[in-house]
Design a protein around this ligand. Structure first.
Ligand code: ZN
Length: 106
């Protein structure tokens, strides 16, 4: 399987009506979260567990797993969101906060 999480032809791996979720690559599992902080915490904990599993058992048959934070179904990366001109969703992001307070005239 070839897929792109970032870039102009990035692929949606979650649901576009769910703001925050965590995708477990390797199990193809989706976990809905109510905030970026919650999603980051969940992803960080799971990635640490996956690293531990990898270190303990480097069998070529054990699946490689990663927890990826999704924003509206796409892999979340603050710089990438900004490059698309999208609100990155970070509650304390300076530029995005200004746009939330003063919505751009359409
Ligand atoms: Zn931002």
């Amino acid at each position: 399987m070839t897929a792109h999480l970032f870039g102009p032809n990035r692929q949606k791996v979650g649901y576009d009506d769910q703001e925050w979720s965590v995708w477990i690559l390797g199990m193809d599992d989706l976990h809905d979260k109510s905030s970026l902080a919650e999603a980051l915490e969940f992803a960080a904990e799971h990635n640490a567990i996956f690293a531990e599993l990898r270190l303990r058992d480097d069998s070529q048959y054990s699946p490689v797993m990663y927890a990826v934070v999704l924003h509206w179904g796409y892999a979340w990366n603050q710089a990438v969101e900004h490059s698309f001109g999208v609100d990155c969703g970070h509650p304390e992001c300076g530029p995005c906060t200004v746009d939330r307070v003063l919505p751009k005239a359409s």
